[in-house]
Structure formats: C-alpha cells, structure tokens
Design a protein around this ligand. Structure first.
Ligand SMILES: C[S@@+](CC[C@H](N)C(=O)[O-])C[C@H]1O[C@@H](n2cnc3c(N)ncnc32)[C@H](O)[C@@H]1O
Length: 296
C-alpha cells in the first residue's frame, strides 16, 4: 500500500452482484478512478473485460497500477464519459454488457492539492480534467453575482445562496479569492451567525455547486446515461452510484423515461444504500445511492 489514501469502493458487494449474471463480458467502468470496482470485477469474473474511463490523468495512472495483475483484460481511456459512444466505436464495440457510474470525486482527489476540499488550503482548482481551462478560481472571481447565486442555489441547494454570492463579489473587489480556505472563510461569515454550526459545514453546499459547474457534471451525466442505455446489450445492466440528490434524480428520471419506452427494466424501485457495517468502515459511503436497470 502506498502512503496515499486508498479509495474504498462504495457498495462493492452490491456492484459485484449486479454484474454477476449478465450475458457477455464487456463492462464499461465509466468512472474508473483508482479502479477499486474494476479490480473486484476482474478478480471475481475471470472471463470479463473492462473498459475504464476517467477524465483525470492521475486517476488513470492509479488505475493502471491497481490493475497490473490483469494485463490484457482492461483498456483505459482518458475522456469524459459523455463521449462513451465514440469510445466504444473507436475500440470496435457496438454494445457493452455492463456500465458502471460511480459519481463524484474520489478520496485521492479530495486529499491531494486539487482544490476540491475546504479541509485543506489549496489553490481553487476543482478541475477533474487538468487539460480543461475553466477552474473554480475563474468561476469564483469572474462570474457575475446573479450567475454565482443561481449556481449555488441550483447545484448546491443552498438556502443562503444570495448572501454567499454577494459576499464573494464584495471580497473579490478587494483582491482575488485564491484558495479553498479563503473561500471557506467568506462563506462561513456570509452565513447568519445562528446557522454557522449546523449538521454540515456552511461551505459544503457551495463547494459542491462550484465543483458541478467547473466540471459540467450534471449535463455530462445525463448525456452519458442516455448513450450508455442505447449501447447496452439485451440483458446487460447499468449501475449508477450517486452521492447527492441532483445526480440521483437524473438517474431516477432517466430510468423511468426509458422504462416507459420499454428499453430498460428498473431493478431498484428504491435505491440501494450501504449497510451499517459499510458506513462504519467507510463513513463517506453514508450518502451513496445505487440504482440498477437492465436492458430489455
Ligand atoms: C468516486 S470516483 C470513482 C472511484 C472508482 N469507482 C473506484 O472504485 O476507485 C469518481 C471518478 O469519476 C471521475 N469522473 C468524474 N466525472 C467524470 C466524467 N465526466 N467523465 C469521466 N470521468 C469522470 C473522477 O475523475 C473520479 O476519478
């Protein structure tokens, strides 16, 4: 084990179960990350192969290390999952038999100097793809106040979005807001005094909102899920693990819509959530929700 934090694959037993009985061997891990899930799938199913996608170059480096015992059974691609159809075309696959989306950021992204976390003091970056131009710094320092307010409200579901956007704009007039701690501090003081010490830290929702904006997360997710459903072979399964209500709603609504079109059968009327023992071992799994559908 390296000195860096290992990512613990969320709902790993349930994911292995999901792909246990599918016909066909090609599974697309659309968010391969540190390859925690892919490793388990390759280990448990010797006949299966993985196409692992990630936007983050560093994640792919880690995935390659993790999967070193399975040479020849996996292909790693640096891309957004929104281009899942082009990726399959390029690799010569018409259909896949499984798709896995494990959304959000991984532990190693949070613990490295990537600007995702207000627990650390880093440059306000938040890009998953380092080749992309737009950073959190740009969003925070250049977006007009009304856009900031909208983003924080919509993507953060933050009730104090107006106060936070106003305070950001006031502060950046004096000097640019450079780091995660600068931003955390501004948000904390923009909160009404009485609300500052609630269940979650005041900066949590705003950081989520800015991350979603920087990485265009919701649009890309919707596009990718639609493409994945179309490219899923009959009897194949798609699994989506989400960590907040906006992502979960996208999966839920699409499964409903494609269910009505008789393209898929929803296998989880209610999402699967981690059991007590998993939450104890891995507290961040607490908010995970898994939805599974099968192509008909
Ligand atoms: C929670 S982690 C996945 C962890 C992985 N399942 C494991 O077991 O190690 C999510 C990963 O998705 C990647 N990601 C986020 N948005 C993406 C996108 N649009 N396209 C491709 N990868 C994306 C992130 O870079 C991150 O590595």
């Amino acid at each position: 084990m390296t000195s860096e934090v290992e990512h613990y694959p969320v709902l790993h037993r349930e994911i292995v179960d999901t792909f246990k009985d599918i016909d066909g061997n090609i599974i697309v891990d659309a968010t391969v990350g540190g390859a925690g899930h892919s490793y388990l799938l390759l280990k448990n199913f010797p006949e299966k192969k993985i196409i692992g996608i990630d936007k983050d170059e560093y994640a792919l480096k880690r995935a390659k290390e993790r999967l070193k015992d399975f040479e020849g059974r996996y292909t790693l691609v640096k891309s957004s999952y929104k281009d899942i159809d082009e990726i399959l075309d390029k690799l010569g696959f018409d259909k896949a038999h499984g798709f896995l989306f494990d959304l959000g950021v991984s532990m190693f992204q949070l613990k490295n100097q990537r600007g995702f976390s207000f627990q650390r003091d880093d440059f306000l970056d938040m890009r998953m793809d380092k080749d992309q131009k737009l950073t959190a710094y740009d969003v925070v320092n250049t977006y007009p106040e009304h856009m900031l307010e909208n983003i924080i409200k919509k993507y953060g579901e933050e009730r104090f979005s107006k106060r936070i956007a106003k305070s950001i704009v006031e502060h950046r007039k004096k000097r640019p807001i450079q780091t995660t701690k600068d931003l955390e501090n501004i948000i904390f003081h923009a909160y009404p005094r009485k609300a500052r010490y609630g269940r979650i830290h005041p900066a949590t929702r705003t950081f989520q909102a800015i991350r979603i904006e920087v990485n265009n997360e919701l649009e890309e997710l919707e596009l990718a899920l639609k493409k994945a459903i179309e490219r899923l072979d009959k009897g194949g399964r798609i699994a989506v693990i989400s960590f907040h209500s906006l992502e979960d709603r996208i999966a839920k609504n699409l499964f409903k819509e494609y269910g009505k079109l008789k393209k898929i059968k929803n296998l989880t009327k209610k999402p699967i959530v981690p059991k007590e023992d998993e939450i104890k071992e891995n507290p961040p799994s607490r908010s995970a929700k898994l939805r599974i559908a099968e192509r008909i």
